[in-house]
Design a protein around this ligand. Structure first.
Ligand SMILES: [Zn+2]
Length: 185
């Protein structure tokens, strides 16, 4: 089932996600609905906060982003990123490489807004699968960027927080308007 996507201005986007301790059918259903919602919206990632749930749960699928390369290791073994999608990640913990790059990002909670964001080129992520099994992912390129964007969401951090001051000034009136429209009444 497709879920409504929460937009900037809704306070749930600023909530830190609760750790998931129970790996049950309700969780599997939420993850399946999030995958459907992300695919329908042509997104590369979606965090639980973006469907109104402050939980440590995110889904990612970079298979449709043909123009941006990624590398991926799953539990230490090199895999083809596109055929390893989609990812459902619970309680993720991220370690960042030192080298960074600037790249354009968008977010399903900020329709029509993009901005250049500096991110680590390489990351290592530890998380749980939907079955509660531990997994470790090393990633570079677009997948590394997507993982950082989504783990930020799970901690209540939004991509606008990482934009340059000049970009934020340029977007200020649009963001204010969005915040007003989506604030709780
Ligand atoms: Zn986002």
């Amino acid at each position: 089932m497709k879920l409504p996507i929460v937009r900037y201005g809704n306070p749930v986007l600023r909530a830190k996600g609760k750790r998931i301790e129970t790996f049950d059918d309700g969780l599997r259903e939420l993850a399946a609905n999030m995958l459907e919602t992300m695919h329908e919206a042509n997104g590369v990632g979606l965090a639980a906060q973006q469907v109104g749930e402050a939980l440590q749960l995110t889904v990612i699928d970079i298979a449709g982003a043909e123009d941006q390369a990624s590398t991926m290791k799953l539990d230490g073994v090199e895999v083809e990123p596109k055929t390893s999608m989609p990812l459902v990640l619970l309680n993720p913990e991220l370690a960042l490489g030192e080298e960074t790059a600037i790249g354009a990002e968008g977010c399903l909670s900020f329709p029509e807004i993009t901005g250049d964001i500096q991110r680590a080129i390489w990351v290592k992520l530890r998380a749980r699968s939907l079955d509660g099994e531990r997994l470790e992912i090393e990633a570079s390129g677009l997948l590394a960027r997507a993982l950082q964007h989504e783990v930020d969401h799970l901690n209540g951090i939004l991509f606008i927080d990482r934009m340059s001051a000049a970009t934020k000034v340029a977007l200020r009136s649009r963001l204010k308007k969005m915040q007003k429209e989506n604030a709780p009444r």
